[in-house]
Design a protein around this ligand. Structure first.
Ligand SMILES: C[S@@+](CC[C@H](N)C(=O)[O-])C[C@H]1O[C@@H](n2cnc3c(N)ncnc32)[C@H](O)[C@@H]1O
Length: 247
């Protein structure tokens, strides 16, 4: 690739490739812009996670950002807590995405990035764990184990934020909301680009229904998970570990 290639040109390339979607070098170069054109209200979700974090974190708190990609969530939590000494850990299995994250967070102190698969990751005790649009890329059968590890790692009163693209149990309802999302995406992409990306995500993204996500959190022992943001087929849930651990 030419070093001077524009973001638009790179985005056109990633949208016209064959094969399954990958978080590779080219995607990492345009991710921050592309994600905002793909997930409705992405900036609002980021800001809201920052605001929630202010109510959860204090000096020396530990935050994990799972599937950190280019470190956007870490940066928004840092922006919301400028005077609080927080330790951040970003985890992602993509070397390319982490390269961008490290560069963007280079002036921040107390940030560590791990290039690791969440399926084998070992957590330290933490106050807040965030997984924004990451679990949808993890095989459904592996999610309960990871959620259990998250629950165990959280300190009493610790919080987990799960943001996901969701599906609907009723096929007609599902198609309706998928099409609403596609109509929104037409603000930024051509019909053919939207269709092609849907095809490339087909084998690697497995959205669950809101009820299935809530049930998984319940199975992992989280009590009363709360839906705090929803835009058609996108949902964000705040789940809390009880003060007294019932495990
Ligand atoms: C849609 S992006 C996440 C966006 C990011 N959390 C944000 O809000 O800006 C999904 C990320 O999850 C990472 N990912 C997917 N499955 C993973 C796994 N099993 N372990 C670690 N990272 C994973 C991908 O490499 C990718 O960077």
């Amino acid at each position: 690739m030419e070093p001077m290639e524009s973001s638009e040109a790179i985005e056109k390339i990633i949208l016209s490739r064959d094969g399954d979607w990958e978080f590779d070098h080219q995607v990492s170069l345009v991710f921050d812009d592309h994600v905002r054109k793909s997930i409705p209200c992405y900036n609002d979700i980021q800001e809201l996670i920052g605001i929630l974090s202010k109510r959860i974190l204090s000096h020396n708190s530990l935050v994990y950002d799972l599937g950190t990609a280019t470190g956007e969530i870490i940066r928004s939590i840092h922006r919301a807590n400028p005077n609080t000494k927080i330790r951040y850990v970003g985890v992602d299995k993509s070397v390319s995405m982490l390269k961008v994250a490290r560069e963007k967070c280079r002036t921040m102190k107390q940030v560590t990035f791990y290039n690791q698969d969440l399926e084998t990751f070992t957590f330290k005790p933490a106050e807040l764990i965030v997984a924004a649009f990451t679990f949808q890329f993890i095989k459904t059968e592996h999610r309960p184990f990871i959620l259990e590890s998250i629950y165990k790692a959280l300190k009493p009163n610790g919080h987990f934020i799960l943001c996901e693209k969701i599906s609907y149990a009723d096929a007609a309802e599902h198609d309706f909301f998928v099409n609403v999302h596609h109509t929104w995406k037409e603000n930024h992409f051509t019909f053919e680009e939207i269709r092609a990306k849907k095809e490339r995500l087909k084998h690697i993204m497995q959205p669950l229904t809101l009820e299935e996500n809530m049930a998984l959190l319940g199975q992992a022992n989280f009590e009363h998970p709360q839906l705090f943001f929803k835009w058609c087929n996108f949902a964000c849930i705040l789940a809390k570990k009880a003060m007294v651990d019932h495990l």
